[in-house]
Design a protein around this ligand. Sequence first.
Ligand SMILES: [Cu+2]
Length: 331
Amino acid sequence: MKIPSSIWTLLIGIVLTLVSLWYGQNHGLLPTAASDEAVLIDGLFSAMLTVSVGIFLLVEGILIYSAVKYRRRASDNDDGPPIEGNVPLEILWTAIPAIIVLGISIYSFDVYNQIGGLNPHGGHEAPMIQESMSMPGTAMAATLSEKPSTTAANLIAQVDATQEQEAQAPQLIVNVAALQYAWLFTYPDTGVTTGELHIPIGQKVQMNMTANDVIHAFWVPEFRLKQDVIPGRQTEISITPIKIGSYTLICAELCGPYHGAMQTQVVVESQEAFDSWMQEQLVASKETLNQAVAINSSDLSPDEFLAPYTKNMGIHSEMVHQIHHSSTAND
Ligand SMILES: [Cu+2]
């Protein structure tokens, strides 16, 4: 019995759809999703992969089938019949990609909005930082204390922003300073500055970021978020971590010879663990201050004097040496 070609087309279509759907959900191409934003982005990625796999299999399948079925055979010296013009087919193969592209655009725009991409405080309109960046903490404070101008348009924008923020206000703010070749995190609530980022699970954390020297980029693959960190202006990113663990924060913008070493850890922990860590930092910062006063009165080279701090912050001593020398050379 001969199966009609319409049945074949239907069967192949069903199989292609099932294979695409299965692979889209089971590709295993991404690291763990450790934030709310990561879940949204993974949904978009999987949807796009599903569509792509379907198209790939369809196109490659037709190509291979045709190459085999219609290959040149011995004593076959004629061209096939010239076929052209099939309006319904042409409408179909224009309409289907148009619908797919439109669907993906709307979906990705929605995800971008949900992860805070359209937030007016998202850094694109952030004020320029006026003061010198020699101390990351003070520079951040300067940025934050700067009053936005109060034109009518700005006021309306602020009201809109306030309404939007009430729905999803960050529960923790961390000021991030990127410099060749380290990350410094300042918690404005406590004044603690560290070289390792600790954040409590389940809370929306807003990072206000700026760079001291060149462009860097804040990237934690498990959070699926990446944001440029730019000298002279503030960029922001919001993360809601949902998995306890330690993740690597990687600088994703080539920033100099030690760029590859510009990494640190992001520790997502329970609120209790975070609070006790913060307490430890407060105690430790008091101790180092006392030590610094004691050490300062003795005769130490700048490198030796800075060693305990740089070690805490995860900066290699040769970098300090380099920074120190370049800064004295500039004086
Ligand atoms: Cu960098």
